[in-house]
Unconditional design. Structure first.
Lengths: 289, 488, 313
């Protein structure tokens, strides 16, 4: 079943040069942000905008340390904790959504209920609601249940946000599999568990990776719920990032850029490592034969 | 409301069980959790508290500040309050939020506490009356009303907040340019009046001269400025004209008040009208004057995004000669790592409208933030919180705060001889604070503000005239305020 | 879109006694597998949704201690008769329409570019994928800086060609363009990924056959390539439309709805009503109207897609 990953034709280094130029232009705003991370405020706001400048690491230092107002000594900003929180919360919730979503997707694909499509559609609609509306009920609910400020609260919430997407994508992968193979396995006396783990899951691993990466991208930068539902101990980077947006000066471009740059690293690497699976996975699931 | 009480009880139990910041009764260990925007004036309060605070009642008190980023501060506080979280014992708040959160039952009325406590009375009487009016009273009493009613606590007045950071806007200007002899002579020759260079010159600067400065210093790249060739376009003046939050209202109100116009006056409820007041000819003329100076300001003025931070950046990067901005944004201007004009800046009072007698009216809209206590605390916590208030508003703390980039609201502290020398804008701040009034405090404040900012923004970006904008504002306010019964 | 599921209930239901056996009965296997997902969704999503649906029939203000009273459909009536609501919907439609269209065009062109194998493809592709890993907040902040007439690099480049200062956000049209460009830049890679996946799945022998037939490249594209990317393209439109409808941070940061109200999307309007004005009930009603519209649009869309698919077969 596993389709070979193919391209339309092959091209040489000349083509690489052309695509690099396009890629570079597309990447330019990101590059600008990364460069800004190494600029002083004056360089960041220089006219004309500066492509070449004396780099400083001060912004990166300020991500993790701040000077005390009264004594001038250096204090930790807890940003290390926030990075841990972001990584922990995002990976756990996306992973959880993937597991739970895969089980549900398998059921929707193999054991369709009456009105299967309606259920699937209702599940999708939960993603259409503007989040601002459910905030007050969720906030109240979190207070009552003591989930507010805890890791579990925000993890479960993010899991819920990722489930619709996971179910829809993963179900399309299961739909693509040939059920005859599974039936044949059952004839040979394989248990249901074995059919699921030994026959189905290995075939859609690429698709699962793709779903994971998509979920991660959609969760990684969530701001509003993180702002309201995390506490001092469980705060995530996007919330902590907001402190660079105004206060005594307007946007602290250098500091914001430094945080953005550091925060880009984990998700960039995950995407890079799973890139082939990402392409194959999406293909696999949704293209009809 | 019954259900709310049940909820509160449940919530309290949960909070206690989870050990989240609630304070057990009958214990001398008190934790005061305070919601505070994350910036130096509150960071200072926390650090200075840890270094100096001694509870007069012998309690072991912790001030646990929840530093929330400024841009999300309102959302976080509003969500916490309205959900019944009861997390905070003290809250830094914009004065305009008083109505919404007093009516919601979240901010503690301190009138009785002040009546019982001579120390607090002394503090209230030493606070500048403009600050008591803007930061503390709800329903709102104007300074004139308070002065007529006698010293605090006056009968029939409810008191809530104390200044955390009392802010006013002043003029930031480039001494190197405004005191350049060539420029001064050229300005004198062109307009027949002097280019303001010293503090005293700024005391005599009205809006007309402000416009002349704008016209005079509007130079293109390649032209000369103070003997040097400009690498980039330069502008003479800038003040706030932004769509966000209150970033044009604060400046426009000043023009309207100075020229004898008015906004809807909540202190004269329910007789005060919006129609005919808000869009009176005087108000329209004042707004037109405000708009007429925008042409001399940096091009971002055309987008309606020239907020308090944008003008600060333009100034710090040397693109504009003089701005009118909050004292609270002054500190970075003096910081050489952020500002190219750190050694060239001086400060003066903001311009105003010249009266028939030649004096200048500088009435302005107060900024800054008070802090308040919340309603769900035990007496023990409230009393200790008031000890913290007294510590904060003691002369020593206030002087230290001012030296570290804060401001004081105490008249006795502002009168100290060393005060003006502590920070370069202090003299201007003390002069300006006497002119301050405040915009509305009613719960519907945000609806009034948002609609008004939107109409102002249309006028600022040239889509409609000043009159159309104020007509739309007046009509909206009249309808809304009649709806809720604030206008009869 | 959901079809093809085959009914093949397993035969392995072990005959153990008691609750375990009841639970593991093959008849209930589907329901059992779905339960964890539905439970989480119900608690975290559906229940709060119903809560605010209930609120939409009262006159509840979250900031006020007044006991809310039942108001029937009056919130809906008020929202639907407010001219502002319709203006905001129009603005949203313009922004969603142009942004999704731009994402499709850019995403499609990028996908065509990356459909070939070439050296260092993995790395060049990463350059294009990065924008969607950024936060909305940082994209908003930096695009606003790019557009700033004095400091911005966009203005700087434009000023090389014009004598007047280039002021991107000064007019309603410019402000909408500014928002659309930022959003489309961020999310075109998403469309690209989906289209690319379709492109690389076209079996090679089809192209070889087309070559033998000397089919024009235009014809090759429509008859061979397009059918393979069609379903993915449709999925991309669906997801991007749903997400763009909720666009908030970028608008709020870049223009805050201005100039005037020309870029105030329904999401910003909703935010103001819910969080600044504390019109909790009214904003819930508005949100349900939004949800209703999105559901109707989605259904019409899915219906059209399915119908086309049936016609094609």
């Amino acid at each position: 079943m596993a389709r070979k990953y193919r391209e339309i034709g092959k091209a040489g280094w000349g083509y690489t040069a052309i695509t690099s130029v396009v890629g570079f232009i597309y990447f330019f705003p990101v590059l600008w942000i990364i460069l800004t991370a190494f600029k002083t405020r004056t360089d960041a706001l220089a006219v004309p905008p500066k492509l070449f400048f004396t780099p400083t690491l001060e912004n990166f230092t300020s991500v993790f340390f701040r000077a005390s107002i009264t004594t001038g000594t250096s204090q930790a900003t807890d940003m290390g904790l926030y990075f841990f929180n972001s990584i922990f919360i995002a990976f756990t919730s996306v992973g959880l959504a993937l597991i739970v979503g895969t089980l549900a997707a398998y059921a929707f694909s193999r054991y369709p209920l009456r009105g299967n499509d309606t259920y699937l559609f209702i599940i999708l609609t939960t993603r259409m609601m503007p989040p601002i509306v459910v905030i007050i009920p969720i906030f109240l609910m979190f207070r009552l249940s003591g989930l507010a400020g805890s890791y579990w609260g925000i993890i479960l919430l993010y899991t819920a946000f990722n489930i619709p997407f996971s179910i829809w994508l993963v179900k399309s992968f299961f739909d693509e599999l040939n059920p005859e193979i599974e039936d044949a396995a059952r004839m040979d006396g394989a248990s249901e568990r074995r059919v699921f783990f030994r026959f189905c899951i290995p075939q859609i691993l690429a698709g699962l990776s793709a779903t994971f990466v998509f979920g991660l991208i959609l969760t990684w930068n969530e701001f509003l719920f993180a702002l309201l539902l995390t506490g001092v101990e469980t705060r995530t980077v996007p919330v902590a990032m907001a402190r660079t947006l105004g206060g005594e000066v307007g946007v602290d471009y250098g500091l914001l850029a430094a945080i953005v740059t550091l925060f880009l690293v984990p998700i960039f690497f995950v995407t890079f490592l799973l890139q082939n699976q990402l392409l194959r996975g999406v293909t696999f699931g949704t293209v009809k034969k | 409301m019954k259900t709310r009480n049940v909820l509160s009880g449940l919530m309290g139990a949960t909070v206690l069980a989870a050990g989240l910041g609630a304070t057990p009764a009958l214990s001398a260990d008190i934790t005061i959790t305070m919601a505070a925007p994350d910036w130096p004036p509150t960071r200072f309060m926390k650090e200075h508290f840890d270094q100096t605070y001694q509870s007069p009642d012998g309690n072991n008190t912790t001030l646990d500040m929840d530093f929330i980023p400024w841009p999300s501060f309102y959302e976080r506080v509003a969500a916490s309050l309205t959900s019944g979280e009861q997390k905070y014992q003290m809250i830094v708040t914009d004065s305009q939020w008083l109505g919404a959160f007093v009516e919601g039952g979240y901010y503690l009325n301190l009138t009785d506490k002040i009546k019982e406590d001579p120390e607090l009375q002394a503090i209230m009487q030493d606070l500048h009356p403009a600050l008591v009016s803007a930061y503390s009273t709800y329903p709102h009493k104007t300074r004139a009303q308070l002065e007529a009613m006698g010293p605090a606590p006056a009968e029939g007045v409810n008191y809530y907040g104390f200044p955390q950071f009392p802010d006013t806007y002043v003029t930031f200007y480039r001494e190197d340019i405004f005191c350049n002899e060539g420029e001064m002579a050229a300005f004198q020759a062109k307009y027949g009046t002097n280019l303001p260079c010293t503090y005293e010159d700024w005391q005599d600067t009205d809006w007309q001269k402000w416009g002349q400065i704008g016209e005079f210093f509007q130079r293109s790249a390649g032209e000369m400025l103070a003997g040097e060739t400009l690498a980039d376009d330069f502008y003479g003046i800038a003040y706030q004209a932004g769509k966000g939050y209150d970033f044009s209202t604060m400046a426009i109100n000043a023009f309207i008040w100075q020229q004898g116009g008015d906004i809807w006056d909540e202190s004269k409820m329910p007789d005060a009208q919006a129609e005919g007041v808000v869009n009176s000819d005087v108000a329209v003329a004042a707004f037109e004057e405000y708009l007429s100076y925008l042409q001399y300001m940096p091009p971002v003025a055309q987008t309606g995004q020239m907020d308090i931070f944008v003008i600060q950046d333009l100034y710090m990067q040397g693109k504009v000669g003089a701005i009118i901005d909050w004292v609270g944004l002054g500190e970075p201007v003096l910081d050489p790592s952020a500002s190219t004009v750190s050694d060239k800046s001086a400060f003066g009072p903001a311009p105003g409208t010249r009266k028939a007698d030649g004096s200048i009216d500088r009435t302005g809209n107060i900024g800054g933030q008070p802090f308040v206590l919340t309603t769900w605390n035990s007496d023990e916590v409230v009393n200790e919180a008031l000890n913290v208030v007294k510590w904060w508003l003691s002369p020593d703390t206030q002087l230290a705060a001012t030296a570290n980039g804060g401001q004081s609201g105490l008249m006795s502290v502002m009168a100290m001889p060393e005060y003006n020398g502590l920070r370069p804008w202090n003299r201007a701040h003390v002069e300006m604070i006497d002119w301050q009034k405040d915009v509305w405090h009613i719960p519907e404040f945000f609806e009034l503000l948002t609609q008004q900012q939107e109409e102002f923004d249309k006028a600022i970006t040239g889509q409609i005239s000043a009159k159309d904008a104020l007509d739309a504002v007046a009509e909206f306010q009249q309808e809304l305020l009649e709806d809720i019964g604030f206008i009869e | 879109m959901a079809e093809l599921a085959t009914d093949n209930l397993g035969t392995q239901g072990a005959a153990r006694g008691g609750f375990g056996a009841w639970l593991l009965d093959p008849k209930r296997r589907g329901a059992l597998l779905v339960t964890p997902a539905i439970t989480i969704l119900f608690v975290m999503n559906i229940f709060p949704l119903m809560w605010s649906f209930g609120l939409s029939f009262f006159n509840y203000k979250a900031s006020s201690p007044r006991v809310p009273s039942f108001r029937g459909l009056s919130n809906y009536e008020r929202v639907l008769t407010d001219d502002k609501t319709w203006e905001r919907f129009q603005t949203t439609a313009v922004i969603v329409g142009s942004s999704v269209l731009l994402q499709l065009i850019v995403g499609f062109l990028l996908a065509l570019m990356f459909a070939k194998a070439f050296p260092l493809r993995r790395i060049v592709l990463m350059l294009v994928l990065t924008p969607m890993m950024l936060s909305f907040v940082s994209v908003g902040v930096f695009f606003k800086l790019f557009y700033e007439p004095t400091f911005g690099i966009v203005s700087y480049v434009m000023n090389l060609f014009t004598t007047e200062k280039f002021v991107m956000l000064g007019s309603p049209a410019g402000a909408i363009a500014g928002i659309v460009i930022a959003d489309a830049w961020m999310w075109s890679p998403f469309v690209m990924l989906l289209v690319l996946a379709g492109l690389v799945s076209v079996p090679k022998y089809l192209y070889e056959a087309a070559e033998i037939d000397r089919a024009s490249s235009w014809r090759t594209f429509w008859t061979i390539t397009f059918p393979y990317i069609k379903s993915l393209l449709l999925l991309a439109i669906l997801f991007r439309t749903i997400e763009t409808f909720k666009l908030f941070d970028i608008v709020y940061i870049i223009t805050e709805g201005g100039p005037g109200s020309s870029t105030e999307t329904i999401a910003v309007f909703l935010y103001r009503n819910a969080f600044q004005f504390f019109q909790t009930s009214r904003s819930a009603a508005l949100a349900y109207i939004v949800l209703f519209i999105v559901i109707v649009l989605t259904n019409l869309y899915l219906y059209a897609v399915n119908r086309r698919a049936q016609e094609a077969n």
